[in-house]
Structures are given as C-alpha cells and as structure tokens.
Design a protein around this ligand. Structure first.
Ligand code: SF4
Ligand code: SF4
Ligand code: SF4
Ligand code: FES
Length: 645
C-alpha cells in the first residue's frame, strides 16, 4: 500500500508500528487464524494463556515476574545481545533470552533457577570486568541500569577482575553529547536509537571478540562526525557511556558573580518532566515550585519561554502568510511547504541531509534564541543594564539547544544571545546540590514583563503543539472567526497524539480585516478565500526523512503549506535532556500535563498574549518579519551536506 493511501486509510494519521511488533502484527492480520490463537503457558508454576507471538518477557511482566534486561528497550527493536534476560524453556538445552523469545506453542518456563542465576551473575561479572570506573564519580550514579542490576544480584567483588585504569579517552568534543567508552556494555541501544529512530547512523560496532567496541565512523570525535545532537542515544543508554555536556559549573560561576545579572528562561517540557527526577510520577507539572527554586539558586529573573513561543507563532505565522501571498498573488517561485524551525536537532538534520530544501525552513528563530536576543537588547535597555553583564541561561528539554546557543550566527544582540543551555537533568542536579526538594517548594509566578500566558506557548512542548498554536492564530487572524467555531474548545485533535506523521486540512471559507499588527504587509486576505490549508506534523528524524522523501517525489505531502518537524520522538517532552528513563507511556503522561496546562490557561492563543502585543508596540514597532524583528528574531541556515560541523 502506498504511503499516502495508508495515511488516508488511517484517518489522516500514519500509525507508529515499532519494528519489534511487525512480525506479530503480520500474524494478527490473519485474524481468527492467528490473533485469537491462545497458547497455554506455565511460568514459574503459574498457568496462564497468552496470544501467539507474545514474548517471554511480556508474559513475565503480565504475571508480575521481573526478568532483568539491559539491551532491551521498549522504544527499540529487539537485539537479544546481552543475554542477561536468560530463562529456561522446558525441552531446550540452551538458556533462551526472554526478550526475544516469541511464544508459538505450549511451553513451560522457569525464570529463576540456580543455573539462570549463575548465568546472569556470570554475564554481569564479565561486563564489570571490562567496565572501568567507580559509580560515585559517574554521571549515572543512582540512575544506571548496570549499577542497579549489580545491586540486585549482590555483586560485592569482581570474580573476573575490574580495572580503574582508563582504557579509552572520554570524548568531550561536542557541544551536546559526551562519550565515555570505558562505561559501554555493548548493548547497542545507541546504535538502534540513532539508526532506527533518528536515521542518522552515528554509531556502529567495530572489531570482534574481546576488541569489540561501539564507535563512530572512522573512530572520529563527536564534533567531527554528522550528529544532530538530539541526545536520544543518551536517553536510552543504560550506563554512563553517553551523557550530555554539563554546563552547571559555568552557571554556578555566573550565579556566584555579583557583577552578573543572571536570567533563566524555562521551556514547557522540563516542567512536565522534572518531577521524575524527584521521585514523582511522570506528568506532574512543577512549574510554580520550579520558579521559587530557581530564585533560591540565585537567578535574578525567571522568565517563561512560552512568551517567545507566542512570539515565534506571530513571526512564523506571518512568514507563512507572506509566502502564500507571494505565491498566490505575486506568482513568485516560493518554497512551500514552510517547515518549522524551532527544533535545533531537526534544523541540523536538514542542513546535513537535505540542504537543497533549506529555503523551506522558516527563518524564525527558536523561542530560546528569540528570548536571548530580546533580553540582551530590549530588556537590557529598559533596565539600564550593560548587556555584557547579563548572563542568559535557557532551561530546555533538549541537548541540541546547547549546540544551537553556540551557533556563530546567534548573536544578533551583538553578544552571545544565549550563554548556556541547561537540560532538565542538569537543573535537577543543581537543585539537589543545594538541598532543594522541588515538590516541597512553595509556588511563585514568573517574572514580568515577558509573561507566557497563552496555552499555545505551553503546547510547544508536545509533538503537534507548534502547528496547533500556529493554526489557532493564523485561522483567527485571517478569518476573524474563533477557532472554537470549527474545533471544539480550540483543540485541534487531528494533529495531537504520537502517530508518526499526522495530517489535517482546514478550508478558509471567509476572510476578515487585516489586523493592525499586519497592516503594511497585507492589503487584504482575499487571496486566501476558498484555500484549503494543508498541514502535517512529524516527530523523530526517521519520520522527517519519510516526509522529505514524499515531498521530493511530489507526493501528497508536497501539497502541504506548513509542516511541523521535531527531532525527538514525542516532540520536546521526549527531548534528549529529559529525565531518564523514557518510553511511550512516560511521554504520554508528560503530554497530558502539557495539554492540561493549556486547557486551563485563561488565554490560549499566541496573538492574544498581551505581553507579546506590548513588545510589538514598544520595541518591535515595525511589526512582525520587518525591521527590528527581522534583525533580532530571524536567522539563516548553513548548507552543511556531508561537510562535518
Ligand atoms: S556506568 Fe553505572 S555502573 Fe558504571 S560507573 Fe557509572 S553508575 Fe557505576
Ligand atoms: S545525539 Fe542523536 S544524532 Fe547524535 S549520536 Fe545520539 S542519537 Fe545519533
Ligand atoms: S554507548 Fe551506551 S547505549 Fe551504546 S552500546 Fe554502549 S552502553 Fe549501550
Ligand atoms: S535484554 Fe534480553 S538479550 Fe538483552
């Protein structure tokens, strides 16, 4: 079935099918023959029934038996490489790996015999023999799957030895991703993440036997290969072999320097995730507690990145309308669909892999970078502070934001617009260092004047959120009608959720007056009357590749006007800097928290945010996409291709 037919048959949504489930799905498609075929099993004396194709690991979970895993990850295809999950299947001589053993006939399984325990211990001890390092000096201390298995199995000595002498050097070359190969257990989760989810393919297995290792192309440093800095490999690495570049010491130094005015902006996704670092269930937002904790750390101002998310929508939405006007009225050759540009991993991906499509990228900077340039210009001026004494910190769910902040072009204030990017994990570490128990902090609001009051800014944290915000604003600006007249409560359901590629259409049947803010750019919106606006959303760069391919082949997605791309699965809430572990259920809970915040916001549309409108009045007075806003809020991209940068 062709991509587009499949898309349509699924009601505009291209359903995500994890590769590990494809085999079972093929079986299920046979309907009664297969799907309904139940198989009798006995596991550790418990008798039950499962669908044909269920793995032993799934069965064990269902009946409440814990089988250890290391190479297995819910988001990834099976590899069955580490063997820590071995079990006994009656009638088979060799131990079988539970994660990859698919049940196809009646069987009896034992999961915790003497042989199994010994085998698992041996596997663990062999891993530890090659594992260099001590937990207390490791970034993953207390959140390491290897460490917790060693604890569960009571490893107190090293039967096969253990070395504290470094074998390989750490790779600190990247702005975002650090590697410590000595802590690698060869589970290949990073390879499967980078190849299957992101289709970048940074890592591979090199050498054989005892010399086997995970390496980059040509064994080069991370700064010397094509990596989009998304951090998805970090999120799935079970040990401390991959982690983010730590900027916390630099931020502490700035906070401790009385001459510096230190400002932090916080993005929506970390608020929905940081509670996990303090033992809370995923999806408990701690926005207001975090504001208080940040002031306790010494930040002079705590601003909400949702403010510049709203600003992004005004700039990006205006840019879309200008492109449509150029095409429909002025008959210009114009790059459409317009692509969103707030995800720095996605931006680097297209710079490397499809540089000829860079004209499709919106020139609007990401909310992080817009904030940086506004702080070091307008804010500095109004508050009479020398911008050189301002340090801007961005709390983001994303490791790629560190790279973005360091792009040489991100200095439109004449200074580095954003000095440091912190991930959710790094901020949690800072809080813990000074004894903050975040859930117990009292609430406090964000600082004025840059309030991110609209729910639209908040939903930037979930896949589809940027598009939903853009549609709410563009539709209302162009038609003068309320979005609620076509989508209940303004919730644009077709582009919510975690399907790989989502699609929606919206016909503009009437147009209204050009609002004051856009006068001078448009005489009227007549050119949009009767136009069916087509939009799509995708997340994860493997899906981005599918979308780009479809556009290049002049498939149906080439008819879209606007497409949202996010590098990370789930969007920002699944970002590479978010708490570990990650999986679909966790990402869904974080998304719920984000949509909850939107639902109960008093203002839910970017163009209604009074703080944003004031900024246009007082500072960006040429209006969107012109003059000062063009200089400060827009950027250019780099054709990288195979060039490594
Ligand atoms: S990777 Fe895990 S086991 Fe190894 S030193 Fe770090 S915390 Fe300890
Ligand atoms: S950061 Fe992203 S692109 Fe880079 S190695 Fe990890 S998964 Fe691959
Ligand atoms: S770097 Fe991490 S994810 Fe990759 S193989 Fe090593 S331990 Fe596994
Ligand atoms: S978890 Fe089953 S083989 Fe690794």
């Amino acid at each position: 079935m062709k991509f587009w037919e499949e898309l349509k048959n699924k009601g505009g949504k291209f359903m995500s099918i994890p590769k590990s489930e494809k085999l079972r799905n093929a079986c299920e498609e046979k309907g009664d023959e297969c799907l309904l075929e139940k198989i009798k099993v006995r596991i550790d004396g418990i008798e039950t029934e499962v669908n044909k194709g269920t793995t032993i690991l799934e069965l064990a979970k269902k009946v409440g038996i814990k089988i250890p895993t290391l190479c297995y990850h819910k988001d990834l295809c099976l590899s069955g490489i580490c063997r820590i999950c071995v079990v006994e299947v009656e009638g088979l001589n060799a131990l079988q790996s539970a994660c990859s053993y698919s049940i196809s006939q009646e069987i009896t399984i034992k999961t915790h015999t003497k042989n199994i325990r010994r085998a698992r211990r041996d596997i663990l001890e062999l891993m530890l023999a090659r594992h260099v390092g001590e937990c207390y000096s490791c970034v993953k201390n207390n959140n390491c799957e290897l460490q917790s298995l060693a604890k569960d199995y009571g490893i107190t000595s090293y039967t096969y030895g253990h070395s504290n002498k470094k074998i390989e050097n750490k790779d600190n070359s990247s702005y975002s991703i650090m590697r410590d190969p000595d802590k690698c257990i060869l589970c290949r989760r990073c390879i499967r993440t980078c190849v299957d989810l992101q289709e970048v393919g940074v890592f591979n297995v090199v050498n054989k036997g005892i010399d086997t290792k995970i390496s980059t192309f040509g064994d080069k440093e991370m700064s010397d290969i094509i990596c989009i800095n998304c951090g998805q490999c970090v999120n799935r690495c079970p040990t401390g072999a991959l982690y983010e570049k730590d900027d916390t010491e630099e931020v502490w130094k700035a906070l401790e320097n009385p001459k510096k005015h230190v400002i932090i902006q916080t993005a929506p996704a970390p608020r929905a995730g940081i509670g996990e670092e303090f033992g809370l269930e995923a999806g408990v937002p701690l926005t207001l507690q975090m504001n208080t904790a940040l002031r306790y750390c010494g930040f002079d101002k705590v601003f909400d990145t949702c403010f510049t998310a709203d600003l992004t929508i005004i700039e990006e939405g205006t840019e879309l309308l200008l492109r449509l006007q150029d095409k429909l009225v002025n008959n210009k050759e114009i790059a459409l669909p317009q692509f969103t540009s707030c995800s720095p991993g996605w931006v680097k991906f297209i710079e490397h892999f499809e540089p000829e499509m860079l004209d499709n990228l919106s020139s609007a900077k990401s909310p992080q970078q817009m904030f940086g340039s506004i702080i070091k210009t307008h804010y500095a001026q109004v508050n009479n502070i020398d911008p050189k004494d301002i340090v801007t910190v961005a709390l983001m769910p994303c490791t790629a934001k560190k790279f973005e902040a360091n792009r040489p072009e991100m200095n439109s204030s004449a200074y580095k617009d954003v000095d440091y990017g912190l991930t959710t994990r790094e901020l949690a570490k800072m809080f813990k260092e000074i004894g903050i128990v975040l859930p117990k902090m009292p609430n406090s609001e964000f600082d004025e004047p840059f309030l991110g009051e609209s729910g639209s800014g908040v939903i930037f944290g979930a896949t589809g959120g940027v598009m939903e915000s853009a549609i709410r604003t563009v539709y209302e600006i162009v038609t003068g009608n309320k979005i609620e007249s076509i989508f209940e409560e303004g919730n644009i359901i077709p582009i919510r959720g975690f399907e790989e590629i989502k699609y929606a259409e919206l016909t503009i049947s009437q147009v209204g007056e050009v609002p004051e803010l856009l006068k001078g750019l448009f005489d009227n919106f007549e050119f949009l009357k009767g136009v069916t606006l087509k939009v799509a959303v995708c997340h994860g760069t493997a899906n981005a590749k599918k979308v780009l391919k479809n556009i290049k082949e002049k498939g149906k997605l080439s008819e879209c006007h606007f497409i949202e791309f996010m590098a990370c699965p789930g969007g920002c809430l699944g970002g590479g800097g978010q708490p570990i572990p990650t999986n679909k259920e966790i990402r869904e809970k974080r998304a719920k928290a984000i949509y909850f915040e939107d639902k109960y916001s008093t203002i839910r549309k970017s163009h209604e945010n009074p703080a944003v409108l004031s900024l246009y009045k007082e500072f960006l007075n040429d209006g969107p996409c012109r003059g000062r806003s063009h200089k400060l809020l827009h950027t250019k991209y780099t054709k990288r291709g195979n060039k490594i940068e």
